[in-house]
Design a protein around this ligand. Sequence first.
Ligand SMILES: [Zn+2]
Length: 77
Amino acid sequence: MQSSPLHYVTCVPDCDYEVEGRDEGSLVDTMATHMWEEHRLPVDPLDLREMIRPTHRISHRETNASSSAESHVSSRS
Ligand SMILES: [Zn+2]
């Protein structure tokens, strides 16, 4: 049961830093802090909010893994 979906926001293209979570406010907060601490980039929280994406990649991978595990179990029984 997942009431709110996972989201993520990535840092600048040169940086691998990525924040993931369900609370957009804390994603923005964490990323803004990282950008300032690591890159000295002052970012507008509103801009960061626009950069937040749903984590389709990761949830898709999880779905695949669980469905293949289920089919494995059902084929054995
Ligand atoms: Zn960074």
